[in-house]
Design a protein around this ligand. Structure first.
Ligand SMILES: [Fe+2]
Ligand SMILES: [Fe+2]
Length: 313
């Protein structure tokens, strides 16, 4: 059977010419939905949303054409002052979601990784340049089976913003934003039982469950290893994303680089919100009570300040 690649429907703009055949997945089959060269009207998008169809598919051989289409769409949208923030946030979120889902499907795909770096930059710029964008992206509700992917998007956009606030060098902010998008890749590929472990706070896990849980940073790094196009800093960030200053992480590291501490604190915060269903307010409170000693107090305070500035708490 032909190989199909998923893409979020939010990365296709209504009334623009598509440069590839678009398929939908329906009753166990891939059906040709729109042919190369045609456009999709807004009414059809509305219908798809009503039918809860969130993804199109393209054949793997057309990925390059999709990438070209997307490059143009991002160019035409993200830096234009007259495009509303909602549209920018939706597109950035859609591109990042598509990239992470492609990495989930094929961690060895260089095209998927390239799209991930592009998506991380898009998210970073969207939240840096548009007030409200961070709140919109982080506040988006998703279906249960997309929660880990959503968590990765949240961690990417919030950690990039926090890193900029902490005056981290720009190339390093990119590393953080990229690493965040793929930091939990192995979880997105694991079975329901293992995924369920990530919906519970660590302290409620049994010894055996904790062992499985603690393997996920290493498993993710294993999925990404031996790829010359993924730099060593990103690999370290992925491997160390659960480490804390108190040594409570899987590798029991106590010394973290500033970028590792930022990724870890944001991951910790967003787990509370996205995976343990706390409100942002409750999560921040828990950061100052339960995570004291795991992160520097000034970093906890900066996170709090940022969430306030962004109108999230
Ligand atoms: Fe994790
Ligand atoms: Fe995570």
């Amino acid at each position: 059977m032909e190989d199909f690649t998923p893409l979020r429907i939010s990365t296709i703009k209504p009334n623009t010419q598509i440069l590839f055949n678009l398929y939908i997945y329906f009753k166990d089959h891939f059906l040709l939905y729109k042919e190369n060269g045609l456009t999709i009207g807004e009414d059809l998008f509305k219908k798809l949303k009503e039918q809860k169809i969130a993804r199109f598919f393209i054949t793997a051989t057309e990925e390059v054409n999709y990438q070209k289409y997307l490059d143009k769409l991002l160019n035409d949208t993200m830096s234009k002052d007259d495009v509303p923030v909602t549209e920018k946030a939706t597109l950035a979120e859609g591109v990042a979601g598509t990239a992470v889902e492609r990495m989930k499907k094929d961690p060895n795909s260089r095209l998927a990784y390239n799209m991930t770096t592009q998506a991380a930059g898009t998210l970073r710029k969207a939240v840096a340049n548009n007030k409200e964008a961070l709140k919109m992206i982080m506040g988006k509700k998703v279906e249960e089976d997309s929660i880990i992917v959503k968590h990765c998007l949240n961690v990417s956009s919030l950690s990039a913003k926090l890193a900029e606030m902490r005056k981290i060098d720009s190339a390093m902010v990119d590393n953080i934003a990229i690493a965040a998008l793929i930091h939990d890749l192995s979880i997105t590929r694991s079975d329901a039982a293992e995924q369920a472990l990530h919906r519970r706070p660590k302290k409620t896990l049994t010894v055996d469950e904790l062992k499985i849980y603690n393997n996920h940073p290493r498993n993710t790094a294993d999925l990404l290893q031996d790829k010359p196009y993924i730099n060593a800093t990103i690999m370290e960030l992925v491997l160390n994303h659960e480490e804390t200053l108190s040594g409570s992480g899987p590798q029991k590291k106590k010394k973290l680089t500033p970028e590792e501490e930022i990724l870890s604190i944001v991951d910790c915060y967003d787990k509370k919100v996205s995976l343990f269903d706390m409100s942002p307010k409750q999560a921040v409170q828990s950061m100052t009570i339960d995570e004291l000693g795991n992160y520097g107090l000034d970093l906890i305070n900066d996170l709090k300040k940022l969430l306030k500035e962004e109108d999230i708490i």
